[in-house]
Write a protein that binds this ligand. Structure first.
Ligand code: HEM
Length: 426
């Protein structure tokens, strides 16, 4: 990562806070404090970048086992397009704003990665939904959840290992910056979109070693020193093993005018970490996150980095058998039933948050169809297991007991060539 130059430790601490806080004041504070950083610049011709906005894997860092590491800092901005059908003028404004970022920053974890997606509400202004893509409105996905269903028109996801890049890019799109990494800002998304800067229209987050432990200090209800320093996520384990992620190829739409794009689900979850860290012990945490036999067989050391590139789901029982034998079933273990051809169908790019003053997780995933997300999330409910075994609807049923879903939204991430205010049938 490029948290570099000057007094690295202080700078890193400070930048974490900036992304969580965000906004112009925070940004000028950091420029004043640390001066310009040496961020790699982007391409002369944005058309040379991959057609799929979501094709990030080749541009992110990998760990020693070949697992792709998600970028460490994230901002989501949810937008409303106040007019009916978009004009070509507005389309050019959006295209210019986005291309400026691609010229300004290297398309990578050290520069900037981003996507822009459009919701079913956006496509309502056309005679039909996006051609060739089933893009349903979001809905509740369990009897025990009651999320708010987002109806924004669009969402922009900004990601980088470098927190000040995320904040700068955000200011370029939605604020008052005149330049971005040395380039002139010609147009802004706020020229055409309404973009409130408060939660839930603005969401922030982080993932990666050190960050959850640090941010845990800022939220109540997380016991002091409970989150291991090495953990990339609040719940104390590594996630996103190569074997347990869908490939980008699998999640890419293959036919129709939106071929090359993908769909995105974005939910906001609250985490209830107090019982997770105080009532449960490490055996129970491993059992509930992975599988009870993983706990018995001591397969997971520490945060699970020892697992390499796989959560070793082929070394455990079927979920029903685990529930019958142990009275507890693992989250990861349950999700295996949603696989196709021995591969998960969703590609998770989730990250933790302290939005709203609570520990939480922005669960963001891309998949070819929203239906695949729904099917995967439904598998997580373990309904049949709860009906037939001592496992409860949420208790001892993976990690359901610790999650509360606040919001859900569905989006189409069009291929890059259609990402600026697309029509339904480009
Ligand atoms: C705080 C929330 C969550 C945490 C900490 C978490 C963590 C994990 C962990 C540690 C694994 C093991 C393997 C790996 O990550 O590569 C896993 C697997 C998985 N999780 Fe989650 N998860 C969370 C929520 C969700 C949600 C909301 C979904 C939505 C459906 C989900 C879907 C999956 C899938 C599809 C797999 C891979 C299963 C397979 O290998 O086939 N997770 N998760």
């Amino acid at each position: 990562m490029t948290d570099l130059t000057l007094d690295t430790t202080n700078r890193r601490e400070f930048m974490k806070a900036v992304v969580a806080v965000g906004g112009t004041a925070a940004l000028s504070a950091c420029v004043g404090r640390f001066g310009q950083t040496d961020v790699p610049t982007g391409v002369d011709d944005p058309a040379t970048l991959p057609e799929g906005q979501h094709l990030w894997d080749d541009f992110l860092a990998t760990d020693g086992h070949g697992n792709v590491s998600n970028a460490r800092h994230h901002v989501l901005r949810f937008l409303t397009y106040p007019k009916g059908r978009p004009s070509n003028t507005d389309r050019t404004i959006v295209a210019t704003a986005l291309e400026t970022l691609e010229r300004a920053y290297e398309w990578s974890n050290e520069g900037l990665l981003f996507t822009v997606g459009y919701s079913p509400a956006y496509f309502d202004r056309f005679d039909a939904g996006p051609r060739g893509v089933d893009l349903p409105a979001p809905k509740s996905l369990a009897d025990f959840e009651d999320p708010k269903l987002d109806t924004y028109d669009a969402v922009v996801h900004l990601a980088s290992d470098n927190a000040d890049v995320v904040v700068e890019a955000e200011e370029a799109l939605f604020g008052n910056r005149d330049t971005v990494n040395g380039l002139t800002v010609e147009t802004r998304l706020t020229d055409v979109f309404e973009a409130p800067s408060e939660y839930p229209a603005r969401r922030t987050g982080f993932v990666g070693e050190g960050l959850p432990a640090k941010f845990a200090e800022e939220v109540p209800d997380v016991p002091t020193d409970a989150v291991p320093e090495e953990s990339p996520l609040f719940m104390g384990f590594k996630s996103g093993f190569a074997k347990n992620q869908a490939s980008e190829n699998r999640v890419t739409i293959t036919e129709g005018p939106f071929a090359g794009g993908t769909t995105q689900h974005v939910s906001a979850l609250d985490l209830n970490l107090k019982p997770w860290y105080t009532q449960d012990d490490q055996w129970q945490r491993i059992a509930k996150m992975f599988a009870p036999t993983h706990a018995d067989d001591e397969l997971v050391a520490g945060v699970g980095t020892n697992l390499g590139a796989t959560a070793k789901m082929d070394e455990t029982l079927a979920p029903m058998a685990a529930a019958e034998q142990f009275g507890v079933v693992g989250h990861s273990q349950k999700m295996v039933s949603a696989r196709r051809d021995d591969s998960p169908v969703i590609l998770r790019r989730d990250f933790d948050t302290t939005d709203g003053g609570n520990a939480g997780l922005h669960f963001l995933a891309v998949q070819e169809t929203i239906e695949e997300f729904v099917r995967t999330r439904t598998a997580m409910n373990g309904t049949e297991i709860a009906e037939k075994t001592a496992v409860g609807q949420r208790l001892n049923n993976g990690i359901l007991q610790y999650l509360t879903t606040r919001r859900r939204g569905n989006y189409l991430l069009p291929p890059r060539s259609h990402r600026a205010l697309p029509v339904a049938d480009p």
